[in-house]
Ligand binder design. Sequence first.
Ligand SMILES: [Fe+2]
Length: 506
Amino acid sequence: MVNIDLVERFVSTIPADDDHPYRTGPWRPQQAEWNADDLPVVSGEIPADLDGVYLRNTENPLHMPIRHYHPFDGDGMIHLVGFRDGKAFYRNRFVRTDGLAAEAATGTSLWAGISESPAWSDRTDGVGARTRLKDSASTDVTLFRGEALASFYQCGDLYRIDPLTGRTLGRADFNGGFPTDIGVSAHPKNDDRTGELLFFNYGKDSPYMHYGVVDAANDLVHYVDVELPGPRLPHDMAYTENYVILNDFPLFWEKEALAAGHHIPRMHRDLPSRFAVLPRRGSADQIRWFEADPTYVLHFVNAFEDGDEIVLDGFFQHDPEPGETTDVDARLRPFRFLALDQLQSRLHRWRLNLKTGQSREESLTDTVSEFGMMNTDFATTDYRYAYAAMGKPGWFLFNGIVRHDLHTGAEERFALPDGVYGSESAVAPKVGGTAEDDAYLITLTTDMNADASYALVFDAARVADGPVCTLALPERISSGTHSTWAPGSQLPNWRDADHPATSMGL
Ligand SMILES: [Fe+2]
């Protein structure tokens, strides 16, 4: 029986007549935290072999900015949908960051956002490669040691989240080894095979980047300098069985402006892209750099070893610095760097030859997509399927899913109806499944037509057929991006008596 509880309602100081394009419509933030057990099935059936939790992070602001809001400034909110025994439960919780608490006390934004000058901050502290940012833990969510870690894109703490309840458990400390001076970037990588967490961080001081490894016992066992020519804006990394791949893309803060305290990203088209390859426990002097065509890559999908080569897949931006166009709403122009169609991000493959030091690369498709996910049971192998989001032109909104078959080049798509927007679609391997596409895809929607939100479950082998199951969430949620799949088998309390699925009688 459906059971929905309003757990807490937060105070928002955003006025009712707000008209910011990324705080209204599908980006309307939420104030409520909900528990919902035995989610209503709107169509289809919850597969019996779907077992685990889908988690999604979301930027969700509660206060007006000091001057200019950017959609990366909102407070972190975790939405989770757990599937067990053919039933599903939902929780959403703000990440209980120090910044959230401090701003709740004053009812104002205390830190300048990413579109604002750090000098405008009320607070002199703060995190981030830029410095003086609020750590919202709002960007990514990753599973590590049976807990979810919420992370912030410009580096900060990793907030530990209970993947069953959404409750904030505290900060990751890596048994005392956490690099508190710089923090950790979004997109740390959990390697299921070794139980390790691989991460990087970056900042404005030499060496500008570090790479680290936390082992399955939560000890920081490796941490090395990655010397860059100056401050850079890396967002993601990749790894193979034996190597990690870090990056130095020519989109970075303009040097002269930075000297004057202005953080203005510029594409330096005369510079190459560079990839650093080093053994996973390698030292700084083992780093090998490879050059490639200039671009910016927000996200990688996978990497694997093929003979002497490292094969690296990610989304090559064919126009990393889109010019202003007059054919979009003028209010959207400052946010054109978020629109996939303007960035022209397309799945791309680099081959980095460890023997010759040369690189090769090729575009894999004409289809514009980003936020690629895969069946991580096949990570670091010559995998076949990448599932990515397609974008609504001009907007930071996802209006469909494309399945790229990397072995044949075939593509299969599912377009969401007009006015319905999805999230990053995590891949949930079927219990007992063996093939790569013996899996489900899960996404959360923001449905402006129904003024509601749904969890959609697709069969990963038949994406174009549409969802096999649609579940109703308690209220329309804000659009959001990064997600992860936490298999029940990796969750320590998954079958315990105090588990939400058990307490609701499932
Ligand atoms: Fe990201």
